[in-house]
Design a protein around this ligand. Structure first.
Ligand code: ZN
Length: 345
């Protein structure tokens, strides 16, 4: 899931709307794979090399994604070689969901960061069973009443349905690694926050940055406290990552995971930092009296939170609260029912 709960999805730029791959610079093609839910599509890159193509990101598991990939594999890829490597930016299903299918169909190797691969495998396994009690306790602490908790339990397992199982082995990508593809050097850069160790690929020739969901053109990537790491401070991780991103060498084009290309990644990163600092200030102001994570939606989001986005929304509220706690500005108090109330100190 990419979009921040309650924020607008981007419009599709006309030249990329139909899924035809666009050659943005020699040997680098960008295509869109449809998604059944907002933001409607995911951007993928196909990088040509005489030794075999590398793709970056894959889409969610669906018949529509399969059909689009069949067309790409038989057309663009098949005309000039074969698929050799699948790089997945992060384990969210809209990016990793078709990787297992692509690997099985082509024999290509999977390349991911360790935290993304292992978290993806863990979620795949956990989603085969009922909602873990730790995850249910997390939702209860956030303030959700029992009927929402029942809905959470009933809907649990969605991740497994949204992905083809990842291959049983992978190639590990680390910050600072360099991939040589089609005469270009691609530097691996990682940013935490939206997910544990998201990979971006930056062409050192200055042409292009494949940014995944670290920066998006018109929406803010969802940053949530994971249920399996309930004390985490992912918002601070992400803000720190965005600060680092502003110092990366500038590229002519930035392809985000969804929506239109971004002209200037550093400017977009600074805008996202400012947006979240403003949100943190609003939350702090609202905490002149004790509030639960679920009481902050109107303070945080521009659009109403729906049934479909409610648990993402409370995860994002918690991310803001944990960031303020780490700064020493708010403190939690747990009531007799186990619900956590937050207040300014
Ligand atoms: Zn995404």
């Amino acid at each position: 899931m990419a979009e921040s709960a309650g924020k607008a999805a981007p419009d599709a730029p006309s030249h990329m709307a139909h899924g035809d791959p666009v050659e943005t610079c020699p040997g680098v093609f960008i295509a869109r794979i449809p998604l059944p839910k907002p933001p409607g599509s995911v951007n993928v890159a196909l990088l040509h090399d005489v030794e075999g193509w590398t793709v970056f990101d894959t889409g969610v598991r669906s018949a529509a994604a399969e059909a689009r990939w069949e067309t790409l594999l038989e057309g663009l890829v098949g005309r000039r070689g074969h698929l050799a490597r699948i790089v997945v930016s992060h384990m969210h299903s809209d990016h990793s969901g078709m990787a297992g299918w692509l690997a099985q169909r082509s024999g290509a190797v999977l390349a991911m960061s360790a935290a993304e691969y292992l978290t993806g495998r863990m979620l795949e396994a956990v989603n085969a069973g009922p909602a873990p009690e730790a995850a249910v306790a997390y939702q209860r602490r956030a303030g959700w009443p029992e009927d929402d908790i029942a809905a959470y339990r009933a809907a649990f397992g969605g991740y497994r349905k949204a992905i083809h199982p990842l291959p049983g082995a992978y190639v590990r990508l680390r910050e600072g690694d360099s991939l040589s593809i089609g005469g270009r050097q691609w530097q691996v850069r990682t940013i935490a926050g939206h997910s544990p160790e998201q990979v971006c690929l930056q062409d050192t020739g200055g042409n292009i940055l494949l940014a995944g969901d670290t920066v998006l053109s018109r929406i803010s990537p969802n940053v949530s406290v994971p249920t399996w790491e309930p004390e985490a401070n992912p918002l601070q991780d992400w803000l720190t990552g965005l600060e680092r991103l502003t110092r990366w060498p500038r590229t002519q084009m930035v392809i985000p995971g969804h929506g239109a290309p971004i002209a200037d990644a550093a400017a977009r990163a600074r805008a996202l930092v400012a947006e979240h600092e403003a949100a943190l200030a609003r939350v702090l102001e609202a905490l002149d009296q004790p509030r639960r994570a679920i009481d902050l939606f109107e303070t945080l989001f521009h659009k109403p939170v729906t049934r479909a986005t409610r648990f993402l929304a409370s995860g994002e509220s918690l991310a803001h609260l944990h960031s303020l706690r780490a700064r020493g500005q708010v403190a939690p108090r747990t009531d007799e029912r186990g619900v956590v109330w937050w207040q300014r100190v």
